[in-house]
Design a protein around this ligand. Structure first.
Ligand code: SF4
Length: 284
C-alpha cells in the first residue's frame, strides 16, 4: 500500500542565517520530526514555546514545506556570495526514517545547492541513501553526519524511540565514507552513566573511520543533571575523545560547556570553524 503523503505547509522564506553554535546558513524544510526523541528534543521545546505545535503528538507528525524548492531558487542568487555552508537541519531531520517524501525533498535541496557549488553539512538520526554517492549531482564537499550517542537498548528505546538502530546509521555513513565523501559524528547529547551503561571508548572504536567527531553533554534533562559526578564525568569523557581523535588524526570538537576544567572555559570555538574548507571540486 502506498504510504499516505505528508501534510503540506507553505513558508515565506527558507534559507536563514543561524545564530546557533553549529552553523552558518540553515534550512528546515519540514515542520516536526517523526523520530520523536525524548532527551528531550530542543527543537520541539522551541516550537511548543512559540505555539507552532501543540504537543509531542503534534511534533511527531511531520509536515513538508511544499514550496521549499521554489523559495530556494529565489533565495540562492540573493545569498550565495555570503554563504559558507548550509546546515540541514536544526529543527527537523533531513533523512527522517521511513519518510520517503522527506528524503526525496532533501535530496532535491542538496542537488540544487550543489548546482551553485554551495556545500552542506547534514545531520541525521535516519539512514543515508545510496543516491548521495553521485558526486556530480550532490557535490563532493558536503559533510554527512549522524548522531550516535549509545548502543544501550534501554536507553535507545526510551530516548530515540522511532529512529533506526545506530548500527544501521553507522553502516550507511560508512558507505558514504567508502565512496570518498566526508563524514562526521555528533556524539551529543552523550548520556551520563545513570542513563546508559556503556564504555565511551567502545563507541569511539566503532566510528574510527570518520573524519570528525563533535562531542557534547546531555542538556535539558533532570536525570542527567542529578548524576552526582556529572562534571567530572564529562571532563573525563572529553579527555577520552580528545586523546582518541588526536592519536588517529580525526578532527574533533568538544562543545562549549561540556568541560568544566578552568583551562577550557575561555576556549569557546565557533563550531562554524570546525567544518572543513571545501576541497577542489574533483569528482573522485
Ligand atoms: S531527530 Fe533531531 S529533530 Fe528529530 S526529534 Fe530527534 S532531536 Fe528532534
Amino acid at each position: 500500500m502506498k504510504p499516505k503523503s505528508l501534510p503540506k505547509i507553505y513558508r515565506k522564506t527558507l534559507l536563514y542565517k543561524s545564530g546557533v553554535e553549529y552553523a552558518d546558513y540553515c534550512i528546515n524544510h519540514v515542520e516536526g520530526c517523526s523520530h520523536g526523541c525524548r532527551y528531550p528534543c530542543y527543537a520541539m521545546i522551541m516550537k511548543k514555546r512559540c505555539g507552532v505545535i501543540k504537543d509531542y503528538n503534534d511534533w511527531i507528525k511531520p509536515k513538508i514545506v511544499a514550496n521549499a524548492l521554489k523559495l530556494l531558487n529565489k533565495e540562492i542568487p540573493k545569498y550565495k556570495h555570503k554563504i559558507k555552508f548550509v546546515h540541514l537541519c536544526f529543527s527537523t531531520d533531513p533523512f527522517m526514517y521511513q519518510q520517503p517524501e522527506v528524503r526525496d525533498l532533501t535530496l532535491k535541496i542538496i542537488a540544487r545547492l550543489s548546482q551553485d557549488n554551495i556545500r552542506c553539512t547534514v545531520l541525521t538520526k535516519g539512514l543515508y541513501p545510496k543516491a548521495l554517492i553521485n558526486k556530480e549531482k550532490y557535490g563532493v564537499n558536503n559533510e554527512y553526519g549522524i548522531t550516535f550517542v549509545s548502543l544501550d537498548k534501554n536507553f535507545l528505546s526510551k530516548f530515540e524511540p522511532f529512529s533506526p538502530s545506530p548500527l544501521k546509521r553507522i553502516e550507511k555513513l560508512r558507505m558514504l565514507h567508502k565512496a570518498g565523501l566526508k563524514t562526521w559524528i555528533s556524539m551529543e547529547p552523550y548520556p551520563t552513566p545513570n542513563l546508559a551503561q556503556q564504555k565511551l571508548l567502545d563507541l569511539l572504536h566503532s566510528i574510527s573511520f570518520t573524519d570528525k567527531i563533535i562531542f557534547g553533554k546531555f542538556n535539558y534533562n533532570a536525570d542527567s543533571y542529578q548524576f552526582k559526578e556529572n562534571k567530572e564525568f564529562y571532563d573525563e569523557c572529553a579527555e577520552i575523545v580528545s586523546k582518541f581523535c588526536q592519536e588517529r588524526k580525526i578532527n574533533y570538537h568538544i562543545k562549549f560547556g561540556t568541560r568544566t576544567k578552568k583551562r577550557y572555559l575561555e576556549k569557546r570555538t565557533k563550531t562554524e570553524k570546525i567544518f572543513q574548507k571545501p576541497r577542489l571540486n574533483i569528482y573522485a
